[in-house]
Design a protein around this ligand. Structure first.
Ligand code: GAR
Length: 188
């Protein structure tokens, strides 16, 4: 069995889809959810889906072996970021080379970088007047949203779209593609 740990910071709707997708998979399972925000709704989702959770601080992430020890003891093979807002530190990148992926709610390299997450991204796309947006799934490296792109999918930004309506379209794309792309990357 290959084991996935999901890192998330907020609502966790992608995390839930990914957990459910692999529930009946013969060789891949989500076995851990890690979160930097003790109040995040994703923790409740994980508990409802019987996935163990770990809540950690910035110091836990950046200045100790605490998380790596947990991932090692739990036999985690692959890390998936799903709405996780902090940079992944070097020691994790080294421990999981090409085995950490992220999803970004726009067509990178546009609308990426520090501070660009969630609704902020959709507001920027609307303000820029772009006629399309989409999702980017990419390997994680030491810079925000700059790792090698694995997959992108597009959707139109129509007249009358708001950041909220665009967010809905983007979430649909994410739910449709992220679990399958994860599966493809883990198989390759
Ligand atoms: C998702 O749209 C994801 O692409 C985005 O946060 C949202 C989390 O939603 N991630 C980023 O913006 C990373 N820069 P969710 O918690 O409901 O899955």
């Amino acid at each position: 069995m290959q084991r996935i740990a999901i890192f998330a910071s907020g609502n966790g709707s992608n995390a839930q889809r990914i957990i459910e997708h692999f529930n009946d998979h013969p060789t891949i399972r989500v076995t851990l959810l890690l979160c930097n925000n003790p109040d995040a709704y994703v923790l409740e989702r994980a508990r409802n889906l019987h996935i163990p959770t770990v809540v950690f601080t910035r110091a836990d992430l950046n200045h100790s072996q605490y998380l790596l020890d947990i991932l090692t003891v739990q036999g985690i093979d692959f890390l998936v970021l799903a709405g996780f807002l902090w940079l992944v530190p070097d020691y994790l990148l080294k421990a999981y080379p090409f085995r950490i992926i992220n999803i970004h709610p726009a067509l990178l390299p546009k609308f990426g970088g520090k501070g660009m997450y969630g609704m902020r991204v959709h507001k920027s796309v609307i303000e820029a007047g772009d006629s399309e947006s989409g999702i980017s799934i990419h390997y994680v490296n030491a810079a925000y949203d700059e790792g090698q792109i694995i997959f992108q999918a597009k959707c139109p930004v129509e007249k009358g779209d708001t950041a909220e309506s665009l967010a809905k379209k983007i979430h649909e794309l994410e739910y449709r593609h992220y679990p399958e792309v994860i599966e493809g990357v883990m198989r390759s």
